[in-house]
Design a protein around this ligand. Structure first.
Ligand code: ZN
Length: 395
């Protein structure tokens, strides 16, 4: 028996709305008996179940079915330069439990990933599940990642991680798909999930120690040919033509407008600033020099974003990362440039806004990465097929 009918049915139910079998038959064009059969498989897999809160008439139990939220879990992992966080979520992306640790990514992949294994395993159990309920793991790393293999490629702040088989290491313990991406891409996914679910063209810009962007176009995260689409930190900005960048070039956006770059510029004029945090604090205190510097950084970013707007025509640009806490001044500078330099039609409905998901964007996005993969038609088909072949369901 073919199983594509099951994944078609399941994709309809992924929005979480309860439906009757008759409605599902109508929506798919499948016979009601076929719907019943496919639903049996999906129920056995723990992906769907009776709708919990559906109104029932005449005391009869509800005949509606919906995406099951209590049976399966995914793990979303956010690994930063000096912290790591794991969230266990249900199939809708709703977080159940989370755990945070101060752990340096520079300790190397074995140490960091062994913490992920230990803490992730404990988290699944604490959430009332066993490892058999785990469907997939999504991970964000603070450096470039080859998405197809899940391996970091020459990551600057991650000694020992170059081309390390991240999925392979985790799969020695967790027998599930492991999806790895860079932190900005997963933040873009998380932000969209949290605040812009109906927006198909969105650019998420992370401004912190570095500057990078996650690009969602046509409803899909765009990674490009080598996975570094959106790496706007090393685009040259005219104002900085003499400023050297750690990449070896001069005048890079990151060398002018990142947190440490602004801090260095302020230090040169006598202020005691080294980190993004110091700059943000000065801005909050109303320090005029800091405000002007952040505003200018916003304009520098606006220069690069104007080109992005021409290329992608987004309807939303979201600013996140630690410097986003100086948001108003940074965003005002960006708007100044983007709205004056772009074509009117491109900015007619363009919003430039601070991140809504904030510190949760990364783990939420990592969870969504896991869920999108685990619940994709191909994956659901494979699970149904495996179930049928195992003979658990003989018909
Ligand atoms: Zn550079």
């Amino acid at each position: 028996m073919g199983s594509s009918g099951a994944s078609d049915l399941f994709q309809i139910l992924r929005d979480g709305k309860p439906r009757t079998r008759a409605e599902l038959a109508h929506l798919t064009g499948l016979a009601r008996s076929t719907v019943a059969l496919r639903m049996d498989s999906l129920t056995q897999l723990g992906l769907v179940g009776p709708a919990a809160d559906a109104p029932s008439t005449g005391g009869r139990p509800s005949s509606q079915v919906a995406l099951a939220t209590g049976t399966k879990v995914v793990l979303g992992v956010d690994i930063g330069a000096s912290h790591a966080r794991i969230v266990a979520s249900d199939l809708t992306g709703r977080p159940l439990l989370d755990v945070v640790a101060e752990i340096e990514v520079s300790l190397g992949p074995e140490a960091v990933l062994n913490w992920v294994i230990e803490a992730g395993d404990a988290l699944v159990r604490k959430a009332g599940h066993d490892l058999g309920d785990l469907l997939a793991i999504g991970i964000g790393l603070p450096g470039p990642v080859e998405y197809s293999s899940g391996r970091p490629i020459n990551p600057p702040i991650m000694p020992g991680w170059d081309r390390f088989d991240v999925p392979g290491w985790l799969q020695a313990h967790f027998d599930v798909p492991v999806l790895v991406d860079n932190d900005v891409n997963i933040m873009a996914l998380g932000e969209r999930e949290a605040a812009w679910p109906d927006v198909d063209h969105l650019i998420f810009v992370k401004v912190a120690t570095g500057i990078g962007a996650g690009v969602i176009s046509g409803g899909m995260l765009q990674r490009g040919a080598q996975g570094i689409a959106g790496d706007i930190g090393h685009v040259q900005v005219a104002r900085g033509i003499d400023v050297p960048c750690h990449c070896g070039n001069r005048g890079c956006l990151e060398a002018l407008a990142s947190g440490p770059a602004i801090a260095a510029a302020l230090r040169a004029s006598g202020l005691e600033t080294t980190t993004s945090h110091d700059v943000v604090e000065l801005v909050k205190l109303g320090n005029l020099e800091a405000i002007q510097a952040v505003r200018q950084a916003g304009r520098d970013m606006g220069e690069v974003l104007t080109a992005c707007v021409s290329l992608i025509n987004p309807s939303v640009i979201v600013i996140g990362g630690s410097m986003a806490r100086a948001g108003e001044q940074l965003i005002a500078g960006m708007r100044e440039v983007v709205y004056t330099r772009s074509m009117p039609l491109a900015t007619q409905h363009l919003q430039i806004v601070p991140s809504t998901a904030g510190a949760n964007a990364a783990v939420l996005g990592a969870s969504m990465l896991a869920i999108h993969h685990a619940l994709s038609p191909a994956r659901v088909d494979a699970m149904v097929l495996e179930l049928l072949e195992s003979g658990v369901e003989e018909r």
